[in-house]
Design a protein around this ligand. Structure first.
Ligand code: CP
Ligand code: NVA
Length: 308
């Protein structure tokens, strides 16, 4: 069973093939209306369940449109509407869904819900974000970087702010795609040691630099994300804002990076908090390409999962 649970759990050659496949599929439908079907319809006769236990705009719409373009059908389910949200076990839910659908995408809180779903499902399971990781996002981000600047291997990526789930998947990708990463943020919000050590064990140079200006020196890519993630309680909001303010990505900070450094943000953003609009809408920002590439990257992920 080919689940797409995390970037470090997926073979680097397969990851590379998915990125290439996504680019090829994107090219093949240039200029067509969004709803026009792809020529080959690889998901004809297939149904995909999209389970959301947290809000979503990009993941929900990009998976839904991607499946439709490939000729399949989707069913979006909210955790609270399912029996899953009312005491049915994950294992039973996985076994039941496997009798109806061909693929399951789930966005959830605790990653054990995802891994248990995968353990018990007879169909592939895709991670649509957990509290700990967000691999589909980073596949789109790698695709986006390479579209604009060529191979990401050997480049320097700087993560600013909270060492959260998206940062974790970037660290996983550093090890698998062979780039270096510097984290700049407060010590209380460092990424988990495990993610850093894994990337280092695969040969990536991973650094922690508390001074944001020093961190972005020589950066090829600067990345920001929200200061308060969906799983963080709103009670920590003020404390986080105070800690994270020195790490805002603004014109002054970007002036310390390479002149052609790209800026990324997975969105949704809180403008003028983690990044200024001047940067988000500026010439080096590729935030909307990232959002678009969720569609293409996930189509490639689904094909890989189903061996199509
Ligand atoms: N970037 C991302 O996953 O966005 P959504 O929360 O809107 O799906
Ligand atoms: N870190 C953010 C990403 C949202 C796509 C969150 O988990 O809320």
């Amino acid at each position: 069973m080919k689940h797409f649970l995390d970037i470090h759990k997926t073979d680097p050659d397969d990851l590379r093939r998915m990125i290439d496949d996504a680019g090829r599929m994107k090219q093949a439908r240039l200029g067509r209306p969004r709803g026009a079907p792809d020529d080959d319809l690889p998901l004809a006769d297939r149904v995909v369940a999209l389970i959301f236990e947290k809000p979503s705009t990009r993941t929900r719409v990009s998976f839904d449109v991607g499946v439709r373009q490939m000729g399949g059908q989707t069913m979006a389910l909210s955790g609270s509407d399912m029996q899953l949200g009312h005491g049915e076990t994950i294992a039973d839910t996985a076994r039941v869904l496997s009798r109806y659908v061909d693929l399951i995408m789930i966005r959830t809180f605790d990653e054990t819900v995802l891994t248990e779903m995968a353990d018990y499902a007879d169909v592939p399971v895709i991670n649509g974000l957990t509290d700990r990781t967000h691999p589909c996002q980073i596949m789109a981000d790698i695709m986006t970087y390479e579209e604009h600047r060529g191979p990401i291997a050997g480049k320097k990526v700087v993560w600013t702010g909270d060492g959260n789930n998206v940062c974790a998947s970037f660290l996983h990708a550093a090890g698998q795609f062979g780039f270096d990463m510097t984290f700049t943020g407060p010590a209380q919000l460092d990424p988990e040691r495990e993610f850093i050590e894994l990337a280092r064990s695969k040969g990536s140079r991973i650094e922690i630099e508390r001074n944001a200006e020093k961190a972005v020196q020589g950066a090829d890519l600067v990345v920001a994300d929200t200061w308060v993630s969906m799983h963080d309680g709103q009670s920590s909001r003020e404390r986080r804002h105070n800690m994270l303010r020195p790490y805002q990505v603004n014109a002054h900070l970007m002036s310390h990076a390479k002149p052609d450094a790209l800026f990324m943000h997975c969105l949704p953003a809180h403008r003028e908090e983690e990044a200024t609009s001047e940067i988000m809408d500026g010439p080096n920002s590729v935030i909307f390409d990232e959002a678009e590439n969720r569609l293409h990257a996930q189509k490639a992920i689904m094909r890989w999962c189903l061996g199509l």
